[in-house]
Each structure stands twice: as C-alpha cells, then as structure tokens.
Design a protein around this ligand. Structure first.
Ligand SMILES: [Zn+2]
Length: 257
C-alpha cells in the first residue's frame, strides 16, 4: 500500500503513540476488522476471512474524507468450532471473542472513542460481537456498528444466485479471486453436494430456523455454496459495492455526537 500523507494516516499499527494521540484528537471513530482462522474448502486459505476484513477496512478508510477513522489491527481468530474437523481451523470461544471486542473498546474510551465499526469477515462471529456491543453501549457509551456484509445484501443477491452460498462458494471464491487471486487453488475448485437434514435448515429458506451445525455433516469439502460459479468480475463488483456503501455509511455517522 502507498504510504499515506502524514495527516491522512489511518493504520494504528504504523503510528507512534504521539501520532496516535494526535489522530484521536481528530476522530472519535475506529474500524475494527474481525476475521477467523478456519478452513475454506479445498481451494481457499484459512486466513480468508481475516485477510478480507482487514483489506476491506483499509480500502474503505482510504476513500473516507479526512478525518478518517482509525483502522485497528485485526482480530485474526473467531468462533469456528463448526469447522474444527478440518485441519488448520483454530477457534476461540464466543465468550473469548466477545471479551476481546469489549476489552478493545474499553481501552479506547480514554482516547475519546465513541464509535466502533466492526467489519466482520465471518458470520459465526456475529452473536459474540453483538454481546460485546451491548456492553460497550451500556457501560462505556460507545456505539458499535457491525457489518458482516448485510449493508450490500440487496446488491449481492443480484450478483450471486447460488442458494445457501455462505462459505467458500460463489461469493467468497469470487471475492478472493478479486483481491488475492494467487492464493486461490483454481484446480481444486469443485462443486459439492450439500446434505441439509431439513428444508427449514437451509440458509436461504423463507422459513429458515437458525441453527448451529458441524460443517462436515453438511459438506465433504467444507464449502457451502458453489465455487464453480465464481468469477473475478463478480468479486470486483461485490467489493466495489461494499466499499461504496461502507464509505457512505461512515460519512453519515462519523460526525454524530
Ligand atoms: Zn470465509
């Protein structure tokens, strides 16, 4: 990444404490990327969610007008118990993830932070992040916004047509082709038959009953969705629309007192 002009620096990891102190005087908003270290089928690396969350956070911050929010170093582990049958998956508990997000927020109170946008790369993290957000709102008067892709679900539904495409399928393989193509094992991309025990448990069913599952009981490869339908072009469109909406969102809320 090109080095930012001094007054526009937004990556906390590159700041000295003096620079961070100055920056916190200009903004009360931070972006916290949260990912996972978990299997992503035969063709994507285990860091996919973490890389995507941090990459997206930076692409968004680059485009926000000054004063930009500060992008925190990412949380690279998430709640991935359901993927542990696949080697390389490393999970922390929902309680731990919730505590990490909460305690990061607590550290920031003294610098005047009032808003945290969590850019979450892994759906399994949502409940834990919401728990932390409830406590930060109530105890520390910090508003926490959480986007796991919901901000563009309308547009994405026009690009991604595969039903139940939630993990390493058409969506995620496309987005990986668009931002980290060299780590996509194209010769390993294949369609998997999914075994849902009930139609009510299909993620796209109109009568969907939310449930907690073990991935290996649904999918042999670990993918849920159809990676054979993925393309770099779809991925680029998805990233463009997510970046556009997140930038607009930040511009709308960053000045709120
Ligand atoms: Zn993922």
């Amino acid at each position: 990444m090109k080095r930012e002009k001094k007054e526009d620096k937004f990556l906390l990891e590159e700041m000295t404490w003096e620079e961070a102190g100055q920056k916190f005087k200009s903004t009360d908003m931070v972006i916290l990327p949260v990912g996972s270290t978990e299997q992503h089928s035969l063709h994507l690396p285990v860091s996919t969610d973490s890389f995507d969350a941090y990459w997206l956070s930076q692409e968004v911050a680059k485009r926000v007008k000054s004063p930009k929010p500060i992008v925190l170093p990412p949380v690279n582990y998430g709640v991935s118990y359901h993927h542990l049958a696949f080697p390389g998956t490393v999970s922390i508990s929902p309680d731990t993830l919730s505590a990490i997000v909460y305690e990061i927020g607590c550290s920031l109170v003294g610098y005047g932070v009032k808003k945290i946008l969590v850019i979450n790369g892994h759906g399994g993290n949502k409940a834990a992040i919401v728990c932390a957000a409830q406590k930060l709102n109530y105890e520390k008067d910090i508003r926490v916004f959480i986007d796991s892709g919901e901000i563009t679900s309308k547009e994405v539904n026009e690009i991604i047509k595969t039903p139940d495409d939630t993990h390493s399928g058409e969506y995620e393989t496309s987005t990986s082709l668009a931002n980290r193509e060299h780590l996509v094992h194209k010769n390993k991309i294949k369609k998997t038959k999914l075994n849902f025990p009930s139609s009510y448990l299909r993620f796209d069913d109109i009568h969907y009953v939310p449930w907690v599952f073990k991935t290996e009981e649904i999918s042999v490869t670990g993918a849920i969705g159809d990676p054979t339908k993925a393309s770099k072009e779809k991925g680029k469109k998805i990233w463009a629309v997510r970046i556009e909406h997140l930038v607009k969102f930040i511009e709308q809320v960053k000045g709120l007192k």
